[in-house]
Design a protein around this ligand. Structure first.
Ligand SMILES: [Zn+2]
Length: 530
């Protein structure tokens, strides 16, 4: 059997993975708070732990892994949307409207993550459906002297758990100094955290021994993992940013409620994501969602490939260059494996590299070697193991039937360009230069001759979004729809089409039909002018 090694945050070392029960390997990953679209950084743990569960299933058997990822649907931002809908006259109780809003965002999430090739976990518990187990866990913690009630709140007494801070390796004093601890008069110790809090009439709430209220965030994962995986399970995963306080608090709650159990035996944390070397943030204007990228025409498979190119414990930098390289590689690999039946097993080298603390970057390097050696059937089986080159992910490649005719047109036009330059026919050379640009085709001269690519920033997009904003300002809806469609075909997208005067516009790849049409126009123009 393949030996899997995992860097265990708890031990601060790489350890050989030994499951409690090889017949049922159990994995819990902290899921999203479902108040809006997932941004690109949210997708990183999803892809990382998707590869992990695929590896575990490869080693222990597809039916011998239980993978749980929760949805946090108790949150102030979800409440705010539900409340504003209620005030606008929507029918149903506040709890029902909260549920409805969560349903919307959960559907978005699953669709977007599915586009990245992430398989759905075996269980996707929602916090609002596990209120009863949370209440009984809180009651148990009070009975055991680890929690106390104060002014309608229930708080966990951090001092009652001596190993608090062991996961992240901090002392309680350091944590108080470093963290933004909420000081409240009802807390015995500023580090004590909320297990239960009261709800006003404007907030969703559930009846409890401490009055109508709602759970704190941390207790969700402790109660849900216990319910679905038991008091001891194998791996707990999540982003680095969750180590403290979320995971420390989960450990404190679970270990105090079930002192004889292990809770999670291996803790895995992925590093964060950056964009072009900078932290993703709304104020830097580099904040985008997975849906934004997909809508710009970046295939989910390309996003996944870029993610896998960086080891999960290193910061991952999303760059335009990586996007383009990933697309070129996938195009090559898909061409090489088209019509090929995959080998029954992936390459043992790829599996061994991947099993060494989920070295996805190393696995891709091995796959490059397979592609170079022309071992298409083994490449296909190996790539599918990490969720690449599947039929379900290949729609972008098949849909791009335009690609061949675009290539043919460009090559023909490049010959005309060389001839025009040789003949010093500058008006004709200029016509070609402008024509390529308006089709989104970037031509670069190299010592080996011109190379070309379809680029997102080649087309002059300013006139396009000015036309959209003008039509919007004039209130001319028919014209607006026409301009929006035109802009979208050329790769100009707006964040919110109900707020075109303020919402940001960004550039994506032009539609391949659009590129083909523009190149055909250029070809016809050349014929007319010859
Ligand atoms: Zn959690």
């Amino acid at each position: 059997m393949t030996e899997i090694k995992i860097y265990n945050t708890k031990a601060r070392a790489k350890e050989v993975f030994a499951p409690i029960d090889p017949e049922n390997v159990r994995l819990y990953v902290c899921g999203p708070t479902v108040y809006d679209r997932a941004h690109l950084g949210n997708a990183r743990p999803v892809v990382v732990f998707d590869v992990l569960q695929r590896l575990l299933r490869h080693v222990y058997g597809a039916d011998h892994v239980t993978y749980v990822r929760n949805f946090t649907d108790v949150d102030d931002k979800i409440n705010a949307t539900a409340l504003s809908r209620k005030e606008a006259g929507a029918e149903g109780s506040l709890e029902e409207l909260v549920h409805e809003r969560s349903n919307e965002t959960i559907a978005w999430y699953l669709k977007d993550m599915g586009a990245l090739g992430a398989q759905e976990p075996d269980h996707m518990p929602r916090a609002t459906e596990f209120i009863a187990p949370m209440i009984s866990m809180i009651e148990d913690l009070i009975a055991k002297g680890h929690a106390y009630e104060a002014e309608g709140h229930v708080l966990f007494a951090v001092e009652s758990y001596k190993n608090y801070g062991a996961l992240s390796g901090r002392s309680v004093d350091d944590m108080i100094a470093g963290a933004r601890v909420e000081v409240a008069p009802y807390k015995r110790n500023p580090m004590d955290f909320v297990l239960w809090k009261p709800s006003t009439d404007e907030l969703p709430g559930w009846d409890s021994p401490w009055g109508r209220g709602r759970p704190g965030w941390h207790i969700e994962c402790s109660a849900m993992s216990h319910d679905l995986l038991g008091a001891s399970f194998d791996i707990h995963g999540g982003g680095n940013d969750l180590q403290f306080p979320h995971h420390e608090n989960e450990i404190a709650q679970s270990k105090c409620a079930h002192p004889d159990a292990d809770f999670a035996r291996y803790w895995m944390h992925n590093e964060m994501l950056q964009v072009e070397g900078k932290k993703m943030s709304k104020s830097l204007g580099n904040f985008f969602t997975v849906r934004d990228l997909l809508d710009q025409g970046v295939p989910g498979e390309v996003i996944r490939f870029v993610f896998l190119g960086t080891h999960y414990r290193k910061p991952m930098d999303w760059t335009e260059k990586k996007r383009a390289e990933a697309e070129a590689t996938l195009r090559k690999w898909r061409g090489l494996t088209a019509g090929i039946k995959p080998e029954s097993r992936p390459s043992p080298t790829v599996v061994a590299v991947l099993a060494d603390d989920l070295n996805t970057a190393g696995a891709l390097t091995e796959m490059h070697k397979l592609a170079g050696a022309g071992e298409a059937a083994t490449l296909l089986a190996s790539a599918r193991m990490v969720g690449l080159l599947g039929d379900d992910m290949g729609e972008w490649y098949q849909n791009d039937a335009n690609y061949d005719s675009i290539q043919e047109l460009v090559e023909e036009l490049l010959v005309a360009r060389t001839e025009a330059r040789k003949a010093k026919d500058w008006p004709r050379a200029d016509m070609l230069r402008d024509g390529f640009k308006s089709a989104g085709v970037k031509v670069t001269d190299t010592p080996d001759g011109p190379v070309w690519s379809v680029e997102r920033d080649e087309i002059d997009s300013l006139p396009l979004f000015h036309a959209v904003r003008l039509a919007f300002g004039n209130g001319d809806n028919a014209e607006l729809q026409r301009q929006l469609k035109q802009a979208k075909r050329a790769g100009v997208f707006f964040a919110d089409s109900n707020q075109l005067d303020v919402s940001p516009a960004w550039r994506g790849l032009p539609d391949s039909d659009f590129v083909r049409e523009k190149l055909t126009d250029l070809k016809n123009l050349l014929v007319l002018n010859s």
